[in-house]
Design a protein around this ligand. Structure first.
Ligand code: 5AD
Ligand code: SF4
Length: 434
């Protein structure tokens, strides 16, 4: 969601006449899009903001001082406080006030006034904001914002607000526009995409949205993120039925222990999660499953952690994002007493990471010798004759090109790649002639 918001910020700044530059040193305006899901991201941001003070504005800049703006979740949460804490920050905006950024920047340029706006504008999506997409062939498509789930550890419902869905017509029209413009892959975005439409009385739900977007003729369709309690049988069936829906699903389970799941307020059990996995694998045997896991939630015992490890092996994830529990002020979990010693959590975390890597390798190994349809995203950083792209299961693929093929012309197209080598984090092979 932040990446997409950043694309919209880029689009709005370009509409003001700004151009994108690769480094802070060259920039007259710097906009930080922020995340406060875990403390580490916050610490990094505050470090970066503080060090901006020591980076002088470029020679020849019309400004005596660089304009620094902070947006996103930390902007939403801290508002004016950021202006007090960082006298060299001029603009603060929140998750619902993206559209007010150009006006604030203009005022800042003309009168040097420092401002913050964390108001909630009526249109949560501001869909007519200009967007500068990072790639011509891929588009993020936000279908809803906010989250009503209030998992006990999570700050998102407080900084992104309640669930708000766009209308199905609005989303499908935008998808069709992308298809007509040559976009190959659309990724639907929302904190909780499975509850799309639930906040609009009588509105079509997520499975219907998937069907309608499939019918636009899009080549590849993906979505993030799903909550296990809301994953319906209709959405599971879509993996079998819809031509464009790629065989990859991100389904966070967070913990394999029912006791911890309850304390996390996740509203499902381990058995329910596993029953979803069984249905999904039946509907789509080639499905790649990825997940999020939190280690060291208050009160987690070795037995609870063992249940998490067992889940990892039982499901056979292609990828898992592992996080050390980070207390977030204002959430119920931050009040829980039985926090764990750092060393124990770190040791569990390291064990889990090793396990996840083994599973990722096992998943990738199954691709050995197969030919996969790879959407070419660019050129490998290490070798200009090697392309980098994604398989339907979202694996990173590197592939050597025959001499007569032009790599630049292949970017954004789908090519067959025969896989010769499999690693934990990527596959490599050779582009086959179509
Ligand atoms: N501590 C650690 N991980 C967290 N996540 C969300 N909140 C926290 C927290 N307080 C993780 C969850 C979620 C992912 C986006 O971030 O696993 O799925
Ligand atoms: Fe946070 Fe996701 Fe839970 Fe919503 S469903 S509260 S975004 S972890």
């Amino acid at each position: 969601m932040n990446k997409h918001d950043a694309e919209r910020v880029s689009g709005m700044l370009e509409a003001l006449g700004a151009v994108h530059v690769p480094t802070l040193e060259e920039a007259d305006i710097a906009v930080f899009m922020t995340c406060c899901v875990r403390e580490a991201a916050e610490v990094r941001l505050f470090g970066q903001i503080a060090s901006c003070k020591n980076v002088p504005v470029r020679t020849g800049s019309p400004l005596a001082q660089r304009i620094i703006a902070i947006g996103g979740c930390i902007g939403e949460r801290d508002g004016d406080e950021l202006l007090t804490r960082f006298p060299h920050v001029s603009v603060v905006f929140g998750t619902h006030s993206l559209a007010s950024l150009p006006g604030m920047l203009k005022r800042c340029l003309s009168d040097r006034v420092r401002q913050s706006d964390t108001s909630d504008t009526a249109d949560a999506f501001s869909t007519d904001l200009p967007t500068k997409r990072e790639h011509a062939w891929a588009a993020w498509l936000p279908i809803m914002t906010g989250c009503d789930n209030f998992c006990s550890y999570c700050i998102v419902p407080y900084v992104r607000g309640r669930e708000r869905s766009r209308t199905i017509e609005d989303v499908v029209t935008e998808a069709q526009r992308y298809v007509d413009a040559g976009v190959k892959e659309i990724t639907l975005l929302g904190q909780n995409v499975n509850s799309f439409g639930r906040d609009r009385y009588g509105a079509p739900r997520f499975a219907e949205l998937l069907q309608r977007i499939d019918a636009t003729g899009i080549e590849r369709l993906r979505f993030v993120t799903s909550h296990p309690k809301d994953l319906s049988d209709e959405v599971i069936a879509a993996f079998a039925d819809l031509r464009s829906l790629m065989p990859a699903l991100h389904l966070p389970f967070q913990s394999g222990s029912d006791r911890i799941l309850q304390a996390m307020n996740r509203s499902y059990t381990r058995a329910h999660y596993l029953s979803l996995i069984a249905k999904l694998k039946q509907a789509c045997p080639s499905l790649a499953l990825s997940t999020d896991i939190i280690v060291g939630f208050p009160g987690e015992t070795e037995e609870d952690f063992g249940a998490t490890c067992e889940m990892v092996c039982q499901v056979g994830f292609s990828q898992a994002f592992t996080f050390i529990y980070s207390p977030r002020s204002g959430t119920p979990a931050a009040q829980m007493r039985d926090t764990l010693p750092r060393e124990i959590v770190q040791e569990r975390f390291d064990r889990l990471v090793a396990l996840v890597q083994e599973e990722a390798y096992r998943f990738n190994r199954a691709a050995q010798g197969r030919t996969l349809a790879v959407l070419v995203e660019g050129v490998s950083k290490r070798d200009a004759r090697v392309l980098a792209g994604k398989s339907p299961q979202n694996q990173t693929v590197h592939a050597a090109l025959p001499d007569d093929l032009d790599i630049e012309q292949l970017i954004g197209t789908i090519v067959p790649v025969r896989i010769d080598e499999t690693k934990t984090w990527y596959l490599s092979g050779e582009v086959m002639r179509g």
